[in-house]
Design a binder for this molecule. Structure first.
Ligand code: ATP
Ligand code: MG
Length: 268
């Protein structure tokens, strides 16, 4: 297993109050080349779990259990090693790409930065590699776009740049927390297809987080359903869609637009 999470609990310290636990003992694993979807309503703990996987929980958080990544427990790694993991092995894609982008820096330079810092590439080699990545995330006219600033791009293009930045570290594992929520449905579908292709072509693993079961259903091999910090169920996405074993999952299914459900059934 690429990632093996056992009995993960996360709590936050509070002033003058006892700590509050928000993830209550969750276990899951992700194999190489596999897409795990994590779905659940707002506040179910999806982002807290994602941040735990890359060692980015705030200092007020306390995590227990095990998060084994390639044989090492992320919960017990010193910050130096976590930094290295983030630069080389694990990439993160955020909901709002602007949060990951520097508004004052050309996008090409932002993608290249990590390759120069972490991989020791020359500027010239990094630029060539950046063009390749921009092609991979299907930015048209990449050689013109490479010198744009983020504000000169559409939301969809910015998210493609966000994916390219995550890919620049050559990751084994990508974590995408609501990567398409800020985008309209057409662009949403394009971004999901890009992620799906990356997993197939590069053999990387992906954790895809969404409150929308329709998004998860499109590309996740397996799905973990969360509610208020508890695991409701997990299994093959097909099984979960066809035979949800939990009432909460049925609610999520019912909440999907009728047309999305119909197209899932056609595909099934
Ligand atoms: N920094 C923090 N300090 C204290 N509590 C936090 C912090 N971050 C998250 N929480 C709490 O942890 C719980 C889970 O939050 P989380 O952000 O993981 O939910 P989510 O499933 O990602 O929701 P959404 O779909 O809205 O993004 C919530 O009750 C939230 O209030
Ligand atoms: Mg969230």
């Amino acid at each position: 297993m690429m990632l093996d999470v056992k009995d993960l609990r996360v709590s936050f310290t509070r002033e003058r109050l006892p700590p509050v636990e928000v993830v209550h003992g969750v276990s899951f694993s992700v194999a190489r080349g596999e897409v795990l979807g994590i779905v659940g309503e707002s506040g179910s703990g999806k982002s807290v779990i994602s941040l735990t996987m890359i060692g980015l929980l705030p200092g007020t958080a306390q995590a227990t259990g095990q998060v084994m990544f390639e044989g090492r427990d992320i919960l017990r790694l010193p910050e130096r090693d976590l930094c290295k993991l983030r630069g080389n092995r694990i990439g993160m894609i955020f909901q709002e790409p602007m949060t990951a982008l520097n508004p004052a820096m050309r996008v090409g330079a932002q993608i290249a930065e990590g390759m120069i810092l972490n991989k020791g590439l020359s500027r010239k080699a990094a630029r060539a590699e950046t063009l390749r990545l921009l092609d991979m995330v299907q930015i048209s006219r990449a050689s013109e776009r490479i010198d744009s600033f983020p504000h000169e791009m559409s939301g969809g293009q910015r998210q493609r740049v966000g994916i390219a930045i995550a890919l620049a570290s050559n990751p084994d594992l990508l974590i995408a927390d609501e990567p398409t929520t800020a985008l309209d449905v057409t662009v949403q579908a394009e971004i999901l297809n890009i992620l799906d292709d990356l997993v197939t072509d590069l053999g990387i693993s992906l954790i895809l987080v969404s409150h929308d079961l329709g998004v998860i259903a499109r590309i996740a091999d397996r799905t973990l359903v969360m509610c208020q910090g508890e695991e409701m169920e997990q299994g093959a996405t097909e099984d979960i869609l066809r035979r949800p074993s939990h009432a909460y999952t049925r609610q999520l299914l019912d909440a999907m637009p009728r047309r999305a459900r119909a197209s899932l059934e056609e595909g099934a």
